[in-house]
Ligand binder design. Structure first.
Ligand SMILES: [Zn+2]
Length: 468
């Protein structure tokens, strides 16, 4: 049993913003009450539980935690829903020298995330039931909620669709060939028809390779200084335009991943006036940096799509503020030191992001006055959870008993009585230094920076999975 006391509870889904105590037992929120009102209830519940457990002959080691009241004094802290990231690369199976599901989850916990969706550019890729089962079973051991995508096309080759219906039965939450754009328009249309039929969202990497000379660096003066042409903004604009049209015509839900251009933001804003199934996500690096970071940080600022101009960065922030872009996703992309120290055209694209996402969101979006903290939290919790229908398995009774417990599927990304006890508890103004990452990798240009929003606890299913 856990009593979280005196915190400022902020839940974007319900709009609750006030000082409350929260009583948690057996993985779920039992009661949310005004400060100081739940102590008696906790004591009563404990004596009831003690009687019930003593009266049961089976003996249940997993009930131990229920037989005492742990307290967290969250005075001066914000208690928000455990954060949700619908776009992470845990590199497992196949590239575990960069990251694996266990270390990726440790990075998530340190960053306040309790629900993540793994991308499928693994080896083998997540285009088959066996690999998806492997990833999901391993995810179950992490202490947080690790969801999986399935690929749209076999081997992510863009030639032939996977059996999306069969893979959906494995419990995947979205379909994507992230990293690999689907250039074949008729195949994209077929995928959209299938996604519409299944009621699942396609999450799309929108960079037409025919426009790209070298990926990861915006075509412009910075690329020119490196003696390369780079990746031109039309690569994104052309594909976003095409896929909005296909989504409108087929009724499929789509997400434009890691949006990078002003034009794409404008197209999404216009499309969403009539088609609410069209979504977009933005990364912390695209709302924080421009391509001038490439000159400063080299390969640490190389990503797909690339960092672009200040007008693009500001358009992404405007889109996040007005709800055109509903979600922040990190695109957490670990690489080894050796890979990122290669010369810039040979180094792989992408940076880690789970541990710095909340801090960058507070620093760049809230403290600079573009949005309030509640809006930022909504982009990082209930909104991604809702787009992909992310559900937690929550026991329906008060006593942990693996034989008898019935589990209910309940939405994550929000704080409500009966719901999953997933929280991030942090101090908005307290700063911390981005270093000593829990991720296996450390490829980020934000190393060494002081960021606000120090996380004190990450709690998933009522368990403290990270304490800062
Ligand atoms: Zn990605």
């Amino acid at each position: 049993m856990l009593l979280i006391k005196n915190g400022r509870v902020m839940d974007p889904a319900s709009g609750l913003d006030g000082f409350r105590d929260i009583l948690v037992n057996n993985g779920r929120i039992v009661k949310i009450g005004f400060c100081g009102t739940l102590d008696d209830m906790a004591t009563e519940a404990l004596s009831y539980l003690s009687m019930t457990i003593i009266g049961d002959e089976t003996g249940r080691p997993d009930t131990e935690g229920s037989l005492r009241i742990d307290e967290i004094d969250a005075g001066g802290m914000i208690v928000a829903p455990g954060l949700v990231d619908a776009h992470v690369h845990f590199r497992d199976p196949g590239f575990t020298e960069k990251e694996d599901i266990m270390t990726g989850a440790e990075a998530a916990k340190k960053g306040g995330f309790t629900s993540v969706v793994m991308m499928g550019n693994t080896n083998p890729p997540l285009d088959n039931a066996e690999t998806i089962r492997y990833a999901l079973r391993k995810g179950e051991k992490t202490g947080i909620r690790v969801f999986s995508c399935a690929n749209i096309t076999k081997k992510m080759a863009g030639k032939e669709l996977t059996d999306m219906e069969a893979l959906l039965k494995e419990g995947v939450v979205l379909f994507t060939d992230d990293g690999k754009p689907i250039t074949d328009e008729s195949l994209m249309r077929t995928a959209c028809n299938e996604a519409a039929k299944l009621g699942k969202v396609l999450s799309l990497h929108e960079e037409d390779p025919s426009f790209i000379s070298e990926n990861g660096i915006n075509a412009g003066t910075v690329a020119e200084a490196l003696g390369i042409k780079g990746s031109c903004r039309d690569a994104e604009i052309a594909m976003v335009k095409r896929d909005i049209k296909i989504a409108e015509e087929t009724g499929a839900g789509i997400t434009i991943q890691h949006i990078s251009t002003k034009e794409a933001v404008d197209m999404i804003r216009e499309a969403r006036k009539t088609c609410t199934g069209i979504h977009a996500e933005a990364t912390p690096h695209h709302f924080t940096l421009t391509d001038s970071a490439v000159a400063e940080f080299g390969a640490m600022a190389k990503m797909n799509p690339p960092l672009r101009k200040e007008s693009d960065r500001l358009a992404i922030i405007e889109g996040l503020a007005d709800g055109t872009i509903e979600t922040i996703a990190t695109d957490h992309a670990p690489h080894t030191k050796e890979e990122k120290s290669r010369e810039i055209t040979k180094a792989p694209s992408g940076i880690i992001g789970l541990e710095t996402s909340l801090g960058l969101g507070i620093r760049e979006l809230v403290h600079k006055g573009y949005m309030d903290l509640m809006t930022l939290l909504s982009r990082m919790s209930c909104q991604p959870a809702d787009i992909y229908d992310l559900m937690a398995l929550v026991p329906d009774n008060e006593i942990g008993n693996s034989d008898k417990t019935v589990y209910n599927e309940l939405p994550v990304g929000r704080i409500y009585e009966g719901g999953p006890a997933d929280f991030v508890i942090f101090k908005e103004e307290e700063t911390w230094k981005a270093e000593n990452f829990a991720s296996k990798a450390s490829n980020t240009p934000f190393t060494g920076q002081e960021l606000p929003g120090k996380i004190h606890f990450t709690i998933c299913g009522g368990n403290i999975v990270y304490q800062g």
